[in-house]
Design a binder for this molecule. Structure first.
Ligand code: ADP
Ligand code: ADP
Length: 239
């Protein structure tokens, strides 16, 4: 079953930069897909069009049978709870603890006073602890995020993205700031999240070898267009 589909998607920034032009590809439910390409290829723009952090200029993006460009404000909020996002620079709140950052993942849709004040239910907290345990952060739960290593910070980012039980994770260069060891840990967690939790993973990477190691499928992007769409093995032949 197709979970995500790009149909003739283009994105123009101002009048000069065409970041995406006529992009077409699809992602199946449960797939692990890497988007690869050099810096400036349009990977980040592509990813951000999915949950409408950026609006595409034309074309259609379908997620779970709904056209994301047609969603109203409330529907868009709901969509964002179903799509977790992970960033290169983690985007954590440094002065807060690990557990507070994870629970913060819920603020996105909790516009209630309880959400703003950080009052969470027992179940919500228990789930956050569980996720931190899965990610090997049980010793870090009450530490401030600015005391963590980069790899630990990214694992907090992953827990925060998972706290809403998303259907899909979008990861924008999740290992670009990490050393090889931490990168491996992060990629293995993402792979497990896909195969054990059944969450579809779409990840932007500029390291081709990493993409080939972990992905079911690779979408190669260059200058805003798709130049490869197929299994990792096919990429070797092409080169
Ligand atoms: P990648 O993630 O592959 O490095 P990006 O999607 O960040 O590529 O960028 C694609 C192109 O769009 C680049 O030429 C970049 O300079 C341009 N671009 C990205 N964001 C903006 C923006 N907010 N305003 C103008 N141009 C942008
Ligand atoms: P409350 O004060 O609202 O009861 P708690 O923070 O005491 O919230 O705990 C909520 C739930 O989170 C508990 O029922 C427990 O299952 C779990 N929990 C609390 N602290 C930890 C911890 N350090 N490690 C693992 N699970 C915990």
């Amino acid at each position: 079953r197709t979970l995500l589909e790009f149909k003739h998607v283009s994105k123009q920034y101002g009048s000069e930069t065409r970041a995406l032009s006529d992009v077409n590809f699809a992602v199946k439910e449960g797939e692990f897909v890497s988007i690869i390409g050099p810096s400036g290829a349009g990977k980040s723009t592509l990813l951000r069009c999915i949950n409408r952090m950026i609006d595409a200029s034309s074309g259609e993006i379908v997620f779970d049978n709904a056209s994301v460009l047609a969603l109203n404000k409330n529907e868009l909020k709901k969509l964002r709870t179903r799509i977790g996002m992970i960033f290169q620079h983690y985007n954590l709140v440094n002065r807060l603890s690990v557990i507070e950052n994870v629970l913060h993942g819920r603020l996105g849709y909790k516009s209630t006073l309880a959400g703003v004040l950080g009052l969470y239910t027992k179940e919500e907290k228990a789930q956050a602890y569980r996720l931190l345990q899965v990610l090997g952060l049980q010793e870090q739960v009450y530490k401030r995020c600015d005391q963590l290593s980069g790899g630990q910070k990214q694992r907090v980012g992953i827990a925060r993205a998972l706290v809403q039980d998303p259907k899909m994770l979008l990861c924008d260069e999740p290992i670009a700031s990490l050393d090889p060891n931490s990168s491996k840990v992060i990629m293995e967690h993402l792979r497990d999240i896909c195969s054990k939790m059944g969450i579809t993973v779409v990840v932007n990477l500029h390291q081709v070898d990493v993409a080939m190691n972990y992905s079911d499928r690779i979408v190669g992007v260059n200058k805003g267009t798709v130049v490869y769409d197929g299994p990792p093995a096919g990429l070797t032949k092409e080169k």
